[in-house]
Every structure is written in C-alpha cells, then in structure tokens.
Design a protein around this ligand. Structure first.
Ligand code: SF4
Length: 308
C-alpha cells in the first residue's frame, strides 16, 4: 500500500483561532463555560472540550444569567446577540473573520436595496447566521434548479453571496445559472468560498486521479469534509468520510493500492496520524507527503482574549 498525504489538509486559520480562543477562555474564566453550537464541526474537538467542562448549547435558555458565552467559528445571527445581551451574558466572538465578511456583505447589500441570493445549505449554522443578518432581503438557493424557481421582478437589484464551505464546482454552476437568469447580478468583490475550502478541494481533486481510494478524515456534520469526499467521487474514485481510525473497515483494502488521505478543516492532525499509523501497521504502507499549497493564514484572537 502507498499512502499520499494531501497538503493542504486539516485545521484552517478560523478553526485554529476558535480552538485557541476556547482554550484561553477556559484558562481565564474557568468552567462551566458555554459555547453556542459546536465550536467547530468535529466530534474529537467537541468531546475534548466537553471533558474540560465546556457546555455546548443550541438555545440560550440553557445558559445561566451573566455567564460567559463563546460564539462558534460558524457565526451567529443578530437575534442571538440580542438575546445574549438581554441575559447579561459576557460574550466572546470566535466567528471566523471570513464568515464575518459574508455577514458584512449581506448587511451592505441589504442596505443598498438589493435582493440577496445566498448559495448555501439549509440549516447549516453559518447559513442560519448569514440569513439572520438580512431576513427581509435574502433568499436561499441550494441548486441550479432552485435558481430556475426564483420568482423575482425584472427590475429587482440582485446580488449573490455564498457559504464559505461550498463545493467550488457546485458554487460555480449555481453562479453561472444566476448570471444567465439575472445578467445584471452582482457578487462579492472577493470569492466567499474560503481559501481553506478551495485549497483542500484542489488538492483532493488532483490526488483522487492517481489514487485507488480517498480517505477524508472529518465528522459527518462538517460541510467542508463532506465536500472533499464528494470531490474525490466526482473524479471517479471511491471515498470514505471517517471520524477516526475506528471507522476504517480493513476489508475496504487489498493492501496493494494507493490511498490518498486528506482531512476537513476541523479535523485534528493527531487523528489523521492515527489513521495513517493503522494502515501503516496493517498493510506495511509507505507514506508520501504531497504539498500542493502551503498555508500561512493566521487570524487574531477575539478582543477580550488578546489581553490575556
Ligand atoms: S473553513 Fe474557511 S470560513 Fe470556515 S473557519 Fe475555516 S477559514 Fe473560516
């Protein structure tokens, strides 16, 4: 067996910032410490913090009056900020700046009188947050067919935005359909599908062509991890999304194939290493690291944690 490890893979700058923020907040304020939604979409990371005494909530009624509350990397709608203020919560905003950028664009387009078409997945935490910024002016589309069903007046000023973790190819298809239907549509000055999502998808697209199988380390509720598995399959290569070594079924392999291994933006490198170690031990695999893109991106900590 030959294993090719994809680079870029694993933690992005937004996930690093969110995890460091939560670690520092625990040190500074102690526990219980509340987090609205999962800090990042990864089972290992969430379980690690639960063991430290962090309480993840989907509803602020579960948070004690005056407690510390951290917003996850995916961001929150303004309604949650209002509720938190009413409950006198001390908030720490670990929203990824690239998600905040999309929120700011939604607010700006709405103020300028645009109808905003948000390309994203219904119910995803990030999408819920972005929709909340411009409730009266925004509609969600998930496919080119959704674009065909839009009923907007010819005179409408129309803008589009995208979720940060979409498939680059799906986003391009939907934007193409939008441009056909609404030739005057405007979009963000810079691409919203984030650098980390793009790099990981580009790497897996290339490696899937020379691999017999792709393993994507990531949780099933991680949008960008799911997109990596889909990208591999779109190249005709079987792919498995695995949370960790326990999800690896050894009957998938004959022992003589080339396996590409990558990881979603919220998957810890230690888990990737454990998966690779298992294959190395069972199949005497050789390991090659293939670097497509080096990443230097770094985001500063939220304000209250910078002074700690
Ligand atoms: S995947 Fe992209 S948008 Fe999401 S946290 Fe990472 S850098 Fe930010």
């Amino acid at each position: 067996m030959h294993i090719i490890l994809a680079t870029s893979r694993g933690f992005c700058a937004g996930v690093n910032m969110a995890i460091e923020s939560l670690d520092l907040a625990i040190q500074a304020f102690g526990t219980p410490l509340f987090v609205y939604h999962e800090i990042v979409h990864n089972r290992w990371v969430v379980e690690y913090f639960r063991r430290q005494g962090v309480v993840f909530v989907d509803d602020l009624s579960q948070v004690s009056h005056g407690a510390h509350l951290l917003y996850s990397a995916h961001g929150v709608p303004p309604e949650i900020r209002r509720q938190a203020a009413l409950q006198n919560l001390i908030t720490i905003d670990a929203t990824c700046p690239l998600v905040t950028k999309v929120h700011a664009e939604a607010i700006r387009f709405a103020r300028q009188g645009y109808t905003i078409i948000l390309i994203g997945h219904a119910g995803h935490d990030e999408v819920v947050g972005t929709l909340g910024e411009a409730l009266q002016s925004i509609v969600l589309v998930q496919s080119p067919d959704d674009v065909d069903r839009l009923d907007l007046p010819d005179t409408a000023r129309i803008a589009y935005l995208t979720q940060t973790t979409l498939s680059v190819d799906d986003a391009a298809n939907i934007i193409g359909r939008l441009r056909q239907r609404f030739p005057h549509i405007v979009g963000p000055a810079r691409e919203d599908v984030c650098y980390a999502t793009q790099h990981r998808q580009e790497a897996v697209r290339t490696l899937a062509r020379e691999a017999d199988m792709v393993l994507v380390v990531g949780s099933c509720n991680s949008s960008n991890s799911q997109r990596l598995a889909e990208m591999a399959r779109s190249q005709g290569t079987p792919a498995h999304l695995i949370d960790g070594p326990d999800d690896i079924d050894l009957t998938w392999f004959t022992g003589s194939e080339t396996i590409a291994v990558t990881a979603g933006a919220s998957a810890p490198e230690a888990v990737v290493r454990r998966c690779v170690a298992l294959l190395k031990e069972r199949f005497n695999a050789t390991i090659e690291s293939r670097v497509a893109k080096e990443e230097q991106m770094h985001f500063t900590l939220p304000e209250p944690l910078r002074r700690i």
